[in-house]
Structures are given as C-alpha cells and as structure tokens.
Design a protein around this ligand. Sequence first.
Ligand SMILES: [Zn+2]
Length: 66
Amino acid sequence: MSSVIPGQRRFVCMLCMYVFDEALGDPDSGIAPGTLWEDVPDDWYCPKCGAAKGYFEPEARFTTPG
Ligand SMILES: [Zn+2]
C-alpha cells in the first residue's frame, strides 16, 4: 500500500529545493490550497527559481517511511 495521499503530497524543485505542498498550494501564483499536482497548470513555474514543473520530483522519493 502506498502512504502517499493525493492532495497531501509534496514536490521538490531539483534546482533550488523549493517544496510545493499540495495542501498549501501556491496562492501567490494562483494555485489554491489543495490543488493536485496534476492540476497545476503546465505554465506554472517554481516561484523561487522559475523552473518548470518538469524539474520537480515527488518528495517521497527522498524520504524513508516511518
Ligand atoms: Zn526552484
């Protein structure tokens, strides 16, 4: 079973390590809290360094459960 719940996932910018949290969204860029990563528009960019969505990776990849 996966412990990753849609809507509570976090994605990390590989360029600057900014963390996009689905639960928080990015209100400054018009992304409402609770927005799923898949629903974040492709023209959204990292608010910190300007990287495209493609530079983000799921945070779960870098953490170990428990
Ligand atoms: Zn970034």
